[in-house]
Design a protein around this ligand. Structure first.
Ligand code: SAM
Length: 301
């Protein structure tokens, strides 16, 4: 029985030609102006280089969604597995795996906050690396999610976790700017000063943007987020900003292509600090230490 299961779940190799054409298709889609700014393309450029340097072979994408990254990762010669909390998206990613001639059972339903929900993935662990794009801003139990991610990679393995950049709020000139100034920067200023600041900035900001959403997402400050990852048992933390904005995002609709071209041109800017303000997102690259850690898996429903 075990042999049969192994035979059925044995991942098939992507031929070189198929992998090149899928990588090209993925790039064409990412670069298509109608599908929006190709932000993840720039994040994957950075991550794939690190994965190659590290000699990674097996990668787990947590929050695999529609499976948009499967051809990018498989095209780079990586063996891909996926974890996803949305049933419909599990099916979509499995269909994508089948289209690419890969093992669709490598994609499982599960909640990264609760390690009991993904037994098949735990059986396949440890992975050389784990990627989680668009997941951390939406989890309720952040430390549990990060500790469970750590447990799924081998000692010495890497995680790449996307965060929304709270410092970008200083560029947006909208409701987020108000929240960042009042709640993060000036929370302990005298009440009279806070009232004056509030009165000064409100008419200068687009306070009705973005519209209030029922799907609140968490922002992280790239200057303090390394501590969050260290507390979850990681080391060697690197911040990799992506999705630059050549100006206030509200100007994008008005300026169109020139704004987009200016933003793309910034993606490789070398300052080492401008991305901390001009990027709406960044990937935290963090390593599971080789020496054993005392923190264990955490389950939260
Ligand atoms: C913003 S989408 C990004 C999808 C994909 N990673 C991409 O970049 O195109 C985030 C994905 O994470 C999934 N997700 C959110 N919370 C999760 C959790 N606790 N465990 C597993 N997946 C989760 C969502 O269902 C969604 O598919």
């Amino acid at each position: 029985m075990t042999a049969l299961i192994e035979a059925l779940t044995e991942p098939r190799e992507l031929s070189e030609e198929a992998s090149a054409s899928h990588a090209r298709e993925a790039w064409d889609r990412l670069a298509d102006i109608d599908t929006g700014y190709p932000a993840n393309h720039f994040a994957f450029q950075q991550m794939l280089n690190v994965l190659a340097e590290e000699g990674a072979e097996r990668v787990l994408e947590v929050g695999i969604g529609h499976g948009a990254a499967i051809p990018v990762l498989a095209g780079a010669g990586l063996q891909v597995a996926g974890l996803e909390i949305n049933d419909l998206l599990v099916e979509k990613s499995r269909a994508r795996m089948i289209e690419l001639g890969l093992d669709d059972q490598s994609v499982s339903w599960g909640d990264i906050q609760d390690s009991t929900t993904y037994p098949a993935i735990r059986r396949d662990a440890p992975f050389d690396a784990l990627i989680a794009m668009g997941v951390l801003p939406h989890v309720r139990y952040e430390k549990a999610a990060l500790e469970n991610m750590r447990a799924l990679v081998r000692p010495g393995g890497l995680v790449f976790v996307e965060c929304r950049n709270s410092l970008f709020s200083l560029i947006t000139f909208n409701r987020y700017t108000h929240e960042f100034l009042m709640d993060d920067l000036l929370h302990d200023a005298p009440a009279e000063v806070r009232q004056a600041v509030d009165a000064y900035i409100r008419p200068r900001l687009e306070m009705d943007r973005p519209p209030v959403s029922s799907h609140a997402s968490t922002f992280h400050n790239p200057l303090t987020v390394p501590e969050v990852f260290r507390a979850a048992g990681f080391e060697d933390i690197v911040i990799r900003p992506f999705h630059y904005h050549a100006g206030m995002p509200i100007l994008e609709a008005q300026l169109g292509q020139v704004f987009r071209d200016g933003s793309v041109a910034l993606e490789n800017e070398p300052s080492g600090w401008r991305g901390l303000f001009l990027c709406s997102a960044y990937v935290v690259q963090a390593r599971r230490p080789v020496a054993p850690s005392h923190a264990g898996q955490v389950n939260h429903g």
